[in-house]
Write a protein that binds this ligand. Structure first.
Ligand code: F0G
Length: 473
């Protein structure tokens, strides 16, 4: 088993052509429609070159998101179907809360309808306008809620995270010096909390090391600053810790996961990822007084604190998913599926974010289309071209996603200009991955002839969801 020194260049284990075999068999299927190139051209034009706006029936392989797209297990379905008949609301709630308490170790658990709802509640309750929130890079909805609450977002991730080619094994780590500088400069009382995302989505699904978590927790504790995890993909992060961090190989995933959680004062979770469900999320904290404030706020926006606006069946599906997400065979097959797709692209010369992360392969659009400037939306264009080539839907994660600076109104120009191929959990086979890789290699072969885009409609917030574009050539 490979083991890496955190500061050493990452020597990934030799890639084997076999994906770790899936530890399950497929019991229910959803038919897919193969589209023609002509149909895809019409569909992309109708969608304003925004893959979010494509209709699902025009998509063959959907790598738009790993959120709410997992295949549930037969046990999850059985729990759901039984829930309405056999459980009262409070029994479903108790089952959910007991499971989350047991696995995550927080005494107070508040269900919400999805992750951003948990972020909304937390940000409104914990941020005083004008306070800073330190993050490792950003997630779109997380930052949006911090800023809506009057917070000042600060990115304190390590520099390597902004370099797609840097082969650091834990590119999600926070830079302790950047965090200390912020605290020194602004004073600890001006930092509302530190928000540490486990497996940093926008950096490429990159993990945080346990050593880094311990260091950041110590800094927070010594200054009395709460440490909150965005634990949306923390199970996948725990797997990387086991694989890559020294002395972790003998430990079980639940054990590593539990230690990770022990350093946080609270978590927000989108259950639509790790927990293998189609809807749901939660907040969990240690402090009773904080919980009561969160609960009061959630009542107005989410629903009763015992359900967060969810149905009984959603609560029990989350509980069962939480039990399944820490299974090591499942995590290995999931993360090696991502590594397999990355290897196929890398072998064909396609520039990708290295090392590949937990939930997605990210293509580096700057190096794929070096003749385009960032104002020409290279990643947005590339996502459109990939769809035209093979019916594979991907997502822009670059200048469009980064949005505008709320003060100056100018584009934010992030260093990373990426296309995300997000792999739903337990859904696609190696055949699908091969087809996606071949389509992308076909686009790569004609990359020099690909032009940019012009934005013709821009909404005021979270523009990547609904903005519309036209090709310039
Ligand atoms: N935090 C992270 C790290 C996420 O990736 C997401 C969602 C959220 C919070 C918000 O959760 O969708 O349940 O409200 N990410 C999805 C994605 C949308 O495709 O990456 P949500």
């Amino acid at each position: 088993m490979a083991c890496f020194e955190p500061e050493q260049p990452l020597a990934l284990p030799a890639w084997s052509p076999e994906v770790a075999p899936e530890p399950y068999r497929i019991k229910a299927i959803e038919p897919l429609v193969l589209t023609t190139r002509a149909r895809r051209e019409a569909a992309l034009q109708e969608a304003g070159w925004n893959t979010f706006l494509l209709r699902s029936q025009d998509v063959y392989i959907d790598f738009l998101t790993d959120s709410g797209t997992s295949a549930m297990s037969s046990t999850q379905w059985a729990e759901m179907l039984r829930a309405a008949e056999t459980l009262t609301y409070s029994e479903a709630y108790d089952r959910f809360v007991e499971t989350i308490r047991g696995l995550y170790g927080f005494p107070y658990v508040l269900p919400t309808h999805q992750g951003r709802a948990a972020e909304h509640v937390l940000s409104q309750v914990m941020i005083r306008p004008g306070q800073y929130v330190a993050n490792n890079m950003y997630f779109t909805t997380t930052r949006e809620h911090q800023e809506r609450a009057g917070g000042i977002f600060v990115d304190v991730i390590i520099d390597e995270a902004h370099d797609p080619a840097a082969k650091h094994p834990f590119k999600g780590n926070m830079d302790p010096e950047k965090l200390r500088d912020l605290i020194r400069r602004e004073g600890p009382e001006q930092v509302a909390y530190v928000c540490l995302e486990l497996n940093v989505n926008m950096a490429g699904g990159q993990p945080v090391s346990l050593e880094n978590v311990r260091t950041i927790a110590e800094i927070c504790r010594s200054h009395g600053i709460p440490l909150i995890f965005d634990a949306t993909r923390a199970a996948e992060n725990a797997y990387f810790i086991k694989m890559r961090e020294p002395d972790m190989q003998a430990r079980s995933i639940p054990d590593i996961f539990r230690e990770l959680m022990s350093y946080a004062d609270g978590v927000t979770v989108s259950a639509k990822k790790d927990l293998l469900v189609n809807i749901g999320g939660f907040l969990a904290v240690r402090d009773a007084a904080l919980y009561r404030r969160l609960e009061q706020f959630a009542l107005r926006f989410e629903g009763h604190p015992a359900d967060g606006g969810l149905a009984r069946r959603d609560l029990v599906a989350m509980a069962q998913g939480a039990r399944e997400m820490l299974d090591e065979d499942y995590l290995r097959s999931r993360i090696e599926q991502v590594a397999y797709l990355a290897a196929r692209l890398r072998d064909g010369g396609v520039p990708i974010v290295e090392p590949p992360g937990g939930h997605a392969v990210f293509i580096d659009a700057r190096r794929f289309l070096p003749h385009l400037s960032q104002d020409q939306f290279p990643a947005q264009r590339l996502a459109g071209e990939i769809y035209l080539a093979s019916g594979v839907r991907t997502m822009e994660r670059g200048i469009v996603s980064a949005g505008r600076d709320p003060k100056t109104g100018r584009h934010k120009y992030p260093r990373l200009e990426l296309v995300r191929l997000t792999i739903p959990r337990r859904v696609y086979t190696q055949g699908h991955l091969d087809l996606a890789a071949e389509g992308i290699l076909e686009v790569f072969a004609r990359r020099e002839r690909i032009g940019g885009l012009r934005m013709v409609f821009e909404p005021p917030t979270l523009r990547f969801f609904t903005a519309r574009f036209e090709p310039t050539v």
